[in-house]
Design a binder for this molecule. Structure first.
Ligand code: 4AD
Ligand code: MG
Length: 428
């Protein structure tokens, strides 16, 4: 008999369910199991006297074992769980569990040691259903807007962008690196005439950061497109994209997100507010923050947090685009106008979720900007992309794990990633 999902059971119809034993209670005359699958849970009620074979089959079984139960669901006003119970004719234990090595309330690092068990909870599986819905919506929007999905290599021959935070790997008798961004290849797609591309893939950063929003491997969602007139076009696309995807998540999961995570999915309105970095600092000092001159050259962690407050106080908005960073703090490939990088960071709920920009597509200028930053040989192959004709273009990179963490008000990126990777964690 084919397996039926618990939430698709039809009362009185002979069916087979498969799932985890969430609870196991053995009393004098009865056994009660709560069986859970990805769709829901149901109480399985066994009258011991009537069903000696089932009692035998369940001997020694404890919670977290996996069972296959044949029988039928019946409406029963006595059952608390949804007023239905499952009366079995046959129970098979397909996997016996040992007592769990972690408790529900264990700290996150202990839980990560046993991530596969930690992930079994309804809340944790829900995180990934929502993430799946969100990325699917991003993809849907982009495919509907003439974007092509590409897959760029993660093993690369020269350290990209900046040499500092790349992982080195042995590549036969040579050195290779793990890509810390698809940046160069997504721009190559522009030089190849793809016009509009996106990629979802792993991003590696050899950073010794121990914060709630840094990982050494995370999922990036990157976009690049041609024939833009300024980075305002990039911002506008990102606004539309986020509005679309958050709307989808709210439609499908808005209510349950409120119940389980205690937070609302707020659909932002377009345009999102934007401010120049210097203006942000003039405003946030009013909150009592005392940045150093060095701090003011970039957005410090403290400043990022205050940007959230500012966005709400001044614009009644959850997001804010920050522009006009000093060129020393931005990548060499950002186009500059009057020396000002034509790019932005997007801050959501106090955390950077995106860096984006119009790119410099003119070979001579790009080469000079690279040299200025001391990037010679490493970017030589990349500079070649711009020698044989390349349209004006721009794009951005979204940190997916951060977005999910912020959307669900989760405390750490460790919980938003399927498997977290950090300086001290490479297992399981
Ligand atoms: O800001 P980043 O470093 O920008 C780039 O990689 C550019 N090539 C993108 C572009 O198109 N201009 O990374 C993009 C995003 C960040 O805004 C952040 O959301 C996320 O990736 N991110 C991280 N997420 C988790 N852990 C880390 N260590 C991250 N570093 C960046
Ligand atoms: Mg950035």
């Amino acid at each position: 008999m084919q397996r039926t999902y618990i939430n698709e059971l039809v009362p009185e119809k002979e069916s087979k369910i498969m799932g985890w034993v969430e609870k196991f209670r053995d009393s004098k005359y009865m056994i009660f199991l709560v069986v859970r699958d990805i769709s829901g849970k149901i109480q399985v009620t066994i009258e011991k006297e009537k069903m000696p074979e089932i009692v035998e089959a369940l001997k020694g079984t404890i919670a977290n074992s996996v069972v296959s139960v044949t029988g039928k669901s019946v409406i029963s006003e006595y059952v608390k769980m949804g007023g239905v119970e499952f009366i079995p004719t046959k129970v098979e234990v397909t996997s016996h569990a040992e007592a769990l090595p972690i408790m529900d309330n264990a700290n996150i690092d202990n839980r990560l040691d046993y991530r596969w068990i930690d992930l079994r909870s309804e809340r944790n599986i829900l995180i990934f259903k929502i993430q799946s819905c969100f990325t699917n919506a991003l993809r849907e929007f982009l495919l509907n807007n003439k974007f092509i999905e590409i897959h760029t290599p993660k093993l690369i021959g020269t350290a990209s962008e900046s040499g500092s935070d790349v992982f080195e790997v042995k590549y036969f008798d040579k050195k290779a690196y793990l890509a810390q961004s698809p940046q160069f290849y997504k721009q190559m797609a522009m030089a190849a005439g793809f016009e509009r591309i996106f990629e979802s893939g792993p991003v590696f950063r050899a950073e010794q950061s121990y914060t709630n929003r840094h990982a050494t491997e995370f999922s990036g969602f990157d976009i690049e497109f041609s024939y833009i007139e300024s980075f305002e076009d990039v911002i506008s696309l990102e606004e539309d994209l986020l509005i679309y995807a958050l709307t989808k998540v709210k439609q499908e999961y808005g209510e349950i997100i409120e119940q389980v995570f205690g937070t609302q999915v707020i659909i932002p309105t377009k345009p999102f507010p934007r401010m120049k970095l210097a203006d942000v600092y003039s405003e946030i000092v009013k909150y009592g923050y005392k940045p150093t001159d060095e701090d003011k050259l970039d957005l410090s962690t403290e400043a990022e947090k205050l940007v959230y407050k500012l966005a709400k106080d001044k614009f009644n908005h959850e997001f804010m685009f920050i522009t006009d960073y000093p060129k020393d703090k931005r990548a060499f490939y950002h186009m500059r106008k009057n020396g000002v990088p034509q790019g932005y960071d997007l801050i959501w709920r106090g955390v950077e979720i995106t860096t984006g920009a119009q790119r410099e597509h003119r070979y001579e200028i790009l080469k000079q900007q690279a040299e200025e930053k001391g990037l010679g040989e490493d970017v030589k192959f990349y500079l070649e992309f711009f020698k044989y004709g390349c349209p004006p273009h721009g794009g951005f990179g979204l940190g997916l794990d951060r977005i999910i963490m912020l959307m669900l008000n989760i405390q750490s990126i460790k919980e938003a990633e399927f498997i977290f990777r950090g300086p001290n964690r490479i297992n399981p």
